[in-house]
Design a protein. Structure first.
Length: 163
C-alpha cells in the first residue's frame, strides 16, 4: 500500500511490524511505563493515546520509549489520532534506529480490554501491539497488552512485564 501525504510517499503493508515470529511477550521499561502513566494521568478524564517504540527480539517486544500523540476526538470513551502526526513520529524514531511497536491508549473508568471500536482499529494494522491502561485517580492502575494477527484471528492478550 502507498499513501501520498503532502507530496511524500509512505510505503506500508497491512502488517506494520512485519514480524517473522509472532510476539508473545511484552517488556515495558520502567521509564516507558512511568511516561505512559504520566500521559494517561494528564489527559484524564479523556482517553490518552501515544506511540510505542523499542526492539523486537525473537517473540518479545521490548518497549523503551513512548511518545504522546493527540487524541483528535477529545473523548472520554474513544480515541484516534492525526495520521500525519503518527507517521511523523514514526519516521523520526526510525532515524534513531527505534522500531515501531504499536499504540497505547487509556480507558478512563473502564477496563484494559479492547472495546469493539478498538478491535476494529486493531484489524487495520495486524501484528501491531496495543497497550490499554485502565485509569481513574482513585483506583489501581490496570494495564494489558494485546495483538491481533490478521482478519481470521482472535485477539491475543500478551504477557506484559514492567522491568
Amino acid at each position: 500500500m502507498i499513501f501520498t501525504i503532502g507530496g511524500s510517499l509512505f510505503k506500508t503493508s497491512y502488517s506494520v511490524i512485519g514480524l517473522q515470529e509472532k510476539v508473545r511477550k511484552v517488556i515495558l521499561s520502567k521509564s516507558a511505563y512511568k511516561n505512559i502513566i504520566s500521559i494517561v494521568e494528564s489527559c484524564y478524564p479523556k482517553e490518552a493515546c501515544g506511540v510505542m517504540f523499542g526492539k523486537i527480539k525473537e517473540s518479545t517486544a521490548i518497549i523503551t520509549e513512548v511518545i504522546k500523540i493527540k487524541n483528535v476526538l477529545e473523548s472520554s470513551y474513544r480515541f484516534w489520532f492525526d495520521v500525519i502526526e503518527w507517521m511523523d513520529v514514526i519516521l523520526k524514531a526510525k532515524k534513531r534506529n527505534l522500531e515501531y511497536i504499536g499504540l497505547f491508549h487509556s480507558h478512563p473508568k473502564g477496563s484494559p480490554i479492547p472495546s469493539l471500536a478498538d478491535r476494529h482499529r486493531m484489524l487495520e494494522c495486524p501484528e501491531e501491539i496495543w497497550i490499554i491502561v485502565s485509569y481513574t485517580p482513585d483506583s489501581a492502575i490496570n494495564i494489558a497488552a494485546w495483538r491481533i494477527d490478521d482478519w481470521g484471528s482472535s485477539i491475543t492478550r500478551l504477557l506484559l512485564t514492567v522491568a
